[in-house]
Design a protein. Structure first.
Length: 279
């Protein structure tokens, strides 16, 4: 998302100024935002649509009517208006605050992991000869880490972090392919576009995300949730990335346990070859 600060009217004032032009459906969105300003920052487009009782297309038109590119653009500026909810820990050092946030993110993620979905996801990856990871920005970094982990246990996998290459790769997928799509919000358009194409090619899609309902999960066969929803002002934070890496570790550990002998053999061979690059 493009970095910017509020230079014109605040989002709340823009909504107030345009209120007289709102339709019945747009008033539902407006009323929900006013009633839940702190929660809106952590909603996906699909969640806001369902909670306000309005179609997604109407929600998008509402924000564009106000001059925003979309929901994410609105959230970034609206976050600068909404006061932080954690002023009560001002006396806590940033070292303790970060540590506590990371521990909390892992504990919360552990609670929301569905073991049946995790096992089915592991089985799908294990059986696939063609495994592709899609991620952009911070999620792309997590995707590259997952590629590294899977390669070390002998899995043929490629992580693609460029949106154009993702579309090109998605075009060559088949029913024997597995796509692992990583997106915290589940609303990154480039990822959703690539995954939609992957589904048209009958590939199996596993989504690693924070939201049960989002444009991404609509195309996913399996949804693995982490629990570290971030404010638009904290986009790409370490805490969120660690929550993603926790899910990735569960998947990779599960695959290793299913293929202990082969995984250990590959690990030893890789270690021997890499050792030759060290003095």
């Amino acid at each position: 998302m493009e970095s910017k600060t509020i230079t014109g009217p605040k989002p709340s004032l823009l909504m107030e100024q345009h209120k007289h032009t709102f339709t019945k459906s747009e008033n539902k969105i407006y009323d929900y935002i006013l009633a839940h300003p702190d929660k809106v920052l952590y909603h996906s487009l699909t969640e806001l649509s369902e909670l306000s009782g309005v179609a997604e297309a109407t929600v998008l038109r509402f924000f564009r009517k106000l001059g925003f590119k979309g929901f994410q653009d609105f959230k970034f500026l609206f976050a600068q208006e909404v006061p932080p909810a954690n002023h009560s820990v001002q006396d806590e050092s940033f070292v303790h605050r970060i540590r506590n946030s990371i521990v909390q993110a892992i504990e919360d993620s552990s609670e929301v992991v569905d073991m049946d979905t995790l096992e089915k996801s592991i089985q799908a990856i294990d059986a696939a000869q063609d495994v592709v990871i899609f991620g952009i920005g911070s999620s792309g970094i997590a995707g590259l880490d997952m590629q590294n982990r899977l390669m070390r246990i002998g899995k043929h996998v490629s992580a693609i972090t460029d949106s154009h290459f993702q579309i090109m790769r998605a075009s060559s997928l088949t029913e024997k392919s597995v796509v692992i799509a990583i997106s915290l919000t589940g609303s990154t358009k480039d990822i959703v576009d690539a995954v939609k194409l992957a589904k048209e090619k009958n590939a199996t899609v596993i989504a690693l995300t924070n939201y049960v309902k989002s444009p991404l999960t609509r195309y996913a066969d399996f949804v693995l949730l982490s629990s570290a929803k971030e404010s638009p002002l904290d986009s790409g934070s370490l805490v969120s990335k660690i929550a993603q890496l926790y899910l990735i570790d569960l998947i990779c550990t599960g695959l290793t346990m299913n293929n202990v002998k082969d995984a250990e053999s590959v690990k030893r061979e890789i270690t021997e070859h890499i050792a030759g690059k060290l003095y």
